[in-house]
Ligand binder design. Structure first.
Ligand code: ADP
Length: 267
């Protein structure tokens, strides 16, 4: 869990929009609507929510979901201490009390009995029943629930129940348009324009391999990693192999096809 504590007064996180996602999110916040950020891994969902928390001047509490995450991990638990027991709020409860933006990353990883804890916070009630203490907390002004969701998980037969999905306004994320992604790789990967452009072109070509069995396509994050290696003096082909090709597949045919595309891009 990451807790950015009090509302961030530092410089804006670097975020380049691809459409009207900033305006839509702002309206969701104003209308107390929970938001689902849909898109493949590494396409900017986390950066977007960091940027929006900064813009809306709200603290941000991030929870990475996994299949062991329990309702108590979210809501809180009694801790046994030498002088008795003490209640400790979980991150969701803290977000509800503080009026924070609570970001549940990869919510589909959480078990259904954990996800239902979110339900009363996503409708007009905006409440969090804390069964163990008998409290019912009303979400403080500014509280907002945001989840990320990777539709690619459906291939692994993981999905959210339709009754859960309907509780969110969904914002579709995908890889940014070419010029935007080049600007991101330039800035985040300390790359010159020509290198950033070539890496994004390579990324777009590799994304075309999804039809040929590539389970996960290269994200902006991988292109940035390759740019960082190149900027620090690693030869281009080695950097592309280590940061892009190798993480994506072990399958010889696909690896070979990716190598060919690297060679074709960096002639
Ligand atoms: P996700 O949460 O979708 O897995 P991230 O937000 O962690 O992806 O994005 C991965 C990295 O890509 C970020 O750390 C950032 O460097 C970069 N990035 C992606 N999209 C953008 C964007 N629109 N503006 C700025 N940086 C971006």
């Amino acid at each position: 869990m990451t807790d950015h504590g009090a509302a961030d007064t530092s410089a804006a996180p670097f975020y380049l929009p691809s459409g009207n996602e900033v305006a839509v999110f702002e309206q969701c916040h104003a209308h107390k609507l929970a938001v689902m950020l849909k898109g493949p891994t590494g396409c900017g969902k986390t950066r977007f929510v960091e940027y929006m928390a900064w813009r809306l001047k709200r603290p941000l509490i991030t929870i990475s979901c996994h299949d062991d995450l329990s309702a108590s991990d979210l809501v809180g638990r009694f801790l046994i201490r030498h002088d008795g027991t003490a209640w400790q709020d979980g991150p969701l409860t803290r977000a509800v009390r503080e009026g924070a933006i609570c970001y549940l990353d990869e919510v589909v990883e959480a078990r259904q009995d954990t996800v239902v804890v979110l339900h009363p916070l996503t409708d007009y009630r905006r409440i969090l029943p804390v069964d163990k203490t008998g409290e019912t907390l009303e979400a403080a002004p500014g509280f907002q629930l945001v989840v990320s969701y990777n539709p690619g998980y459906q291939r692994m037969l993981k999905d959210l129940k339709p009754s859960t999905r309907q509780r969110f306004v969904a914002l579709d994320f995908n890889f940014p348009p070419l010029a935007t992604e080049v600007a991101i790789v330039e800035r985040e990967g300390s790359a010159d324009y020509a290198t950033a452009h070539a890496l994004v072109t390579l990324g777009q070509r590799l994304r075309g391999l999804q039809d040929r069995g590539l389970a996960e396509v290269p994200s902006t994050r991988l292109l940035i990693a390759a740019a960082c290696l190149i900027a620090s003096g690693i030869p281009v082909r080695d950097a592309c192999y280590a940061a892009i090709v190798s993480p994506l597949s072990d399958e010889a045919t696909l690896v070979g096809a990716m190598h060919d595309l690297v060679d074709a891009t960096f002639v």
